[in-house]
Design a binder for this molecule. Structure first.
Ligand SMILES: [Zn+2]
Length: 155
């Protein structure tokens, strides 16, 4: 690992850029628009379409937050279903996979302040089985059919 210790701030910045994290910052959640860079983001924020979205948001922020929350939950459960359908998995592992997809809603646009809070919500509403362990929080996707019933042979 010796080589990594001597990275200059510029090299670190370049790595972050290569990973696309910088790009992520230039994503407008309200318009769901990805901007090229910070400059593009500034231009976008002054655009008429963004101002209109902001106005709608300002008139009814609760509705928008609950829409983002619903979408966040749906995206998260889809990912669970696709990648971890039959296994117990650390909540942070799923979350890391989740944030790698920039099309997904960012958690800071939802009603949940932390991942723990969101996971507790999943447990409370019966969407996932939640287990708090000394190694962190683990979740298991609860498989249901389209009507919300558990499949007959599940247990
Ligand atoms: Zn915007």
């Amino acid at each position: 690992m010796g080589k990594n210790d001597s990275l200059t701030p510029k090299e670190i910045a370049n790595r972050i850029k290569a990973k696309g994290l910088k790009k992520l910052r230039c994503y407008c959640q309200i318009c769901q628009k990805q901007c090229r860079d910070e400059n593009g983001f500034k231009c976008h924020c002054m655009s008429e379409s963004h101002q209109r979205q902001m106005q709608i948001f300002g008139e009814n922020p609760n509705r928008i937050v609950s829409e983002f929350s619903e979408e966040f939950e749906r995206n998260f459960l889809d990912l669970m279903k696709r990648n971890h359908r039959f296994s117990r998995v650390a909540a942070t592992v799923v979350y890391n996979e989740f944030i790698n997809n920039r099309h997904y809603v960012n958690m800071n646009s939802t009603q949940w302040a932390t991942l723990t809070e969101f996971v507790e919500h999943l447990g409370r509403t019966g969407k996932c089985e939640v287990a708090q362990t000394e190694n962190g929080c683990f979740i298991t996707y609860i498989d249901r059919d389209s009507e919300g019933y558990l499949p007959q042979n599940a247990y």
